[in-house]
Each structure stands twice: as structure tokens, then as C-alpha cells.
Ligand binder design. Structure first.
Ligand SMILES: *Cc1c(COP(=O)(O)O)cnc(C)c1O
Length: 461
């Protein structure tokens, strides 16, 4: 008869080679805790006759070893893992937005584990400023005099307003009081900065005269916010930026523009992509522009502030700057990404830019090859159909990039069931459902993941 007495002691277990190997991998404390946990569970199971097939001490020890190993593997598994984005949404907020360019990832690896001159002036041999990093490149690619980098664009908006409009009014059109996503609203961010929100115009129409009528001695600046994630169609109007700049100049007020996405592609922008280039806003005379580092720009999470010397020196020296600054890894990735733009080759080397400009024909060729490899699959039938990819991540609202999709029609299970299976793979594949079928958009599948994707789908049972 089996009794809990056959259970080996913790000390005996720890002498076994497998347990020793676990201690090397996970450390003594974690292994001890796991052994006690697993042994306790097994003891309870053994008091329930007929439930456990364990007959002797060796069997018990083996069972404990196996359970401890799998318990620790689960506990120590990283929570953040790579996934294959087959949704066709390029800047997918839930999937971590922009994948970095190879050069950017390499630069992070080179700098992350060592010391750097992050805040050290190597020529002078004394303390320097971290703000110099990426500054020259940002000026080059945007045409702005100077730049500051913070943690994300929401932080950039907060800091700009805190530094330039605290206790005074920021004039903004009612058509631009946007919710960024996840419940974050521009008017709330504005209020947190201590600026007073002075709304003008209506949802669909705001004219230069509306801004002019709101200007008083309380006014600090005119704020323009790009409608990154929605479109107003039909009977609409908003003044061109240069008109607002001219108005601002009459009253010596800076115009600040929150561009959201940070389009640096300029003339290479695909048709119909409604994302104003940063350089155009600077050229039109905006005193300050801010945008994300990890939306269309395709770099690390960051908020980038570019503009004229005077407002930026106030921004740089504001106390919040310390709370919102970025680390060496962000600078490393950002500099390398910007370098791709400065060299004029971002379109082929920065994944977001490459995905944005990929043609339906190119994607169709890859899709056809994948569908062919999947012919006769036991779980689903695969074919290729037309579809659309989107920019996503609060960029280019209403943009529809023509693409070709690999369509998977499950033979038995539902499409929802198949997507669960795909997400259970390692790496997980995230796909879309369209008309009760699963569709894979290869636009957002990185070339280096293509073989992994093919193999995972081929092996799916
Ligand atoms: C996305 C966005 C933000 C916020 O940027 P994060 O980098 O996500 O903090 C702010 N303003 C606009 C217009 C945006 O599109």
C-alpha cells in the first residue's frame, strides 16, 4: 500500500543530479521552495488511495523532480516574448508598436551592457548633457534648430505645455481635442501640465478668426494636434499651419504642433497617407513640434520635441525634464534609426517604413509561396485573397494599404478556435479573423520570421 512515508526527504532529493542541475539554473532558494511545494501536493495525493500510481520512493522522487522542473520553468519564464504579427497592422500598439531596424537593435546591444558618455563631455573631461545625443541628427532630418527627447509623446506634450503655458492659456480647436487611446485624452494631459485649455471653434470647423478672437494677455501659445487616429469628413475646415503661424507672429505667440506620428519619410510617403512630414511643419514656422519615436518613425518608444532655441531651452530646463528623460538604450536606438533616415535608406532598412511602402505585388508573391507550402494541410485549407493592411497605432486614420492575404479556412474547428491555436505556438502568431476565416497579412511579418511562420503552420496539427 502507498503511504506518504515513501516520500524522500528534501535533503535526499537535493543530492540527485537533476535537482542539482535545477539549483544551478534557478538558484537554491527557488528550488527549495518548489520542492517543498511539489512534495506537499504529492503527499496530499498519496493519502487519497487509488488516485496516485506511485508505488515506491524512486517513483516518488522522479515525479517530484519532473514536477519541480516544470513548475520552475513556468515560474521563471519571461512574460515578455516575441510574437509574429500577421495582423497587417503596422504600428500595432498591443504588439509593441515599431520593430527596430537591425542597426538600431545592434547599437542597443553594443551600448547596453557597458558605460557610455551619456552625460559626460569627453573633450572637456567633465559632466555633459544627455540632451546632445540625437540632437544633431534630429535637426538634420527635420530642419529644426534643436531637439529634446523624452519618454514618449504624451510626456512630450505634457512637458512642452508645462514649460511654455503653465498658468496661462493654450488655444486649441474643438476638432482637435482627441483621445489618443487607452483613455488618454489631450485635454486631460493639457490640464495636468497646468496649462489652461482655451477651446475654440467647433468639432468640424475652426477658422483662423476663431483663434484670433480668443487671444488675450493670458494666452501662452496656439496648440495644434494632428488627428492621428480619426478622420472628420464632409463639411470641415481648419486653417493651414502657416496661417496660424502668421497669426501667432502678429501676437508674438508660438505655435506648437503635436504631430503624433513623426513622419520623416517626406516625399517617399505612399499616396493617401495623411501624415504630415515633420519637416513641413518646421518649414511652415511651427515653434515647437512633438511626435512619437515608435509610430511611423519606426524607432524606440520616445517623445521627440524639435523646434526653435528659445522655447526648447525653457523645455530642457523645466523640472519635469528630469522625470521624463530617456536612458542610453533609447538614445542608442533612436540615433541609429535617425541615421537610416539621414542616409536616405530608411525605406529599406527601417521595418515600419519598409512595411509602409511594400506593394501588394511583393506581399502577394510571399503569400502565394506560403499558401503553396500549406497546400493539403490537415487543419485548414489555404488560399490567397485581396485585402487591406492598416497603419494603426494612432497613425494615418482611414489609411487602407492594398495587400494580399493568406486565408486559412479551418476544416473542422471555428476560425476563433484556430486563432487560439496560432497564439499558443512559440513564437505565438497573432492573426485576424475576416468573414469566419483566419487571414494572415505578411506585410507585418518580418522577413527573418518568414521561415519560422512557415514551419510553425506546416507543423500545426
Ligand atoms: C500617439 C499620440 C500621442 C501620444 O504618443 P505616445 O508616444 O503614445 O505617448 C500624442 N498625440 C498624438 C496626436 C498622438 O497621435
Amino acid at each position: 500500500m502507498t503511504t506518504p512515508r515513501i516520500l524522500p526527504s528534501i535533503d535526499r532529493l537535493r543530492q540527485r543530479p537533476t535537482v542539482r542541475a535545477l539549483e544551478t539554473e534557478y538558484g537554491r532558494t527557488a528550488v527549495l521552495a518548489a520542492l517543498r511545494d511539489v512534495t506537499g501536493t504529492l503527499r496530499r495525493e498519496l493519502t487519497d488511495p487509488g488516485r496516485s500510481p506511485i508505488e515506491d520512493g524512486e517513483q516518488a522522487a522522479t515525479a517530484i523532480e519532473q514536477r519541480t522542473a516544470s513548475h520552475l520553468a513556468t515560474e521563471f519564464a519571461p512574460s515578455l516574448v516575441p510574437v509574429i504579427n500577421a495582423t497587417g497592422v503596422i504600428v500595432h500598439t498591443n504588439l509593441g508598436r515599431a520593430p527596430l531596424a537591425e542597426s538600431a537593435a545592434r547599437r542597443v546591444t553594443q551600448l547596453a551592457a557597458g558605460y557610455t558618455n551619456l552625460e559626460y563631455d569627453l573633450a572637456a573631461g567633465r559632466r555633459g548633457s544627455r540632451n546632445v545625443h540625437a540632437e544633431r541628427l534630429l535637426s538634420r532630418v527635420t530642419g529644426a534648430s534643436t531637439a529634446v527627447v523624452v519618454n514618449n509623446n504624451a510626456a512630450a506634450v505634457l512637458l512642452v505645455l508645462a514649460a511654455l503655458a503653465q498658468g496661462r492659456e493654450a488655444i486649441i480647436s474643438r476638432g482637435e481635442l482627441v483621445e489618443i487611446g487607452g483613455g488618454f485624452r489631450i485635454p486631460d494631459v493639457m490640464r495636468q501640465s497646468g496649462a489652461l485649455v482655451r477651446e475654440v471653434g467647433t468639432t468640424n470647423k475652426t477658422r483662423t478668426a476663431d483663434y484670433a478672437a480668443a487671444i488675450s494677455d493670458r494666452t501662452a501659445l496656439i496648440l495644434r494636434v494632428h488627428r492621428s487616429n480619426f478622420r472628420i469628413e464632409g463639411f470641415t475646415e481648419r486653417p493651414p499651419l502657416d496661417e496660424l503661424v502668421a497669426l501667432g507672429q502678429r501676437f508674438e505667440l508660438p505655435v506648437v504642433e503635436d504631430l503624433g506620428s513623426g513622419n520623416l519619410l517626406d516625399d517617399q510617403t505612399p499616396d493617401g497617407l495623411d501624415e504630415p512630414p515633420v519637416a513641413a511643419s518646421i518649414a511652415a514656422g511651427a515653434a515647437v513640434c512633438c511626435f512619437s519615436g515608435d509610430k511611423l518613425l519606426g524607432g524606440p518608444q520616445a517623445g521627440i520635441i524639435v523646434g526653435a532655441e528659445e522655447p526648447l531651452s525653457r523645455i530642457r530646463t523645466h523640472p519635469l525634464m528630469r522625470a521624463l528623460r530617456v536612458d542610453k538604450m533609447t538614445y542608442a536606438a533612436l540615433e541609429a534609426t535617425l541615421l537610416e533616415y539621414a542616409r536616405g535608406r530608411a525605406r529599406t532598412t527601417v521595418p515600419v517604413a519598409r512595411m509602409l511602402t511594400a506593394t501588394a505585388e511583393d506581399i502577394g508573391t510571399r503569400a502565394a509561396a506560403l499558401a503553396e507550402r500549406l497546400a493539403g494541410h490537415t487543419v485548414f485549407e489555404a488560399d490567397v485573397v485581396d485585402g487591406v493592411s492598416t497603419v494603426g497605432g494612432g497613425g494615418a486614420p482611414g489609411s487602407a494599404l492594398p495587400t494580399r492575404l493568406v486565408r486559412l479556412t479551418p476544416r473542422d474547428a471555428s476560425a476563433a478556435n484556430l486563432t487560439v491555436k496560432l497564439r499558443g505556438l512559440r513564437p505565438p502568431i497573432v492573426a485576424r479573423i475576416e468573414n469566419d476565416r483566419v487571414v494572415l497579412d505578411l506585410r507585418t511579418v518580418l522577413p527573418e520570421q518568414h521561415d519560422q511562420l512557415t514551419a510553425a503552420l506546416t507543423d500545426l496539427a
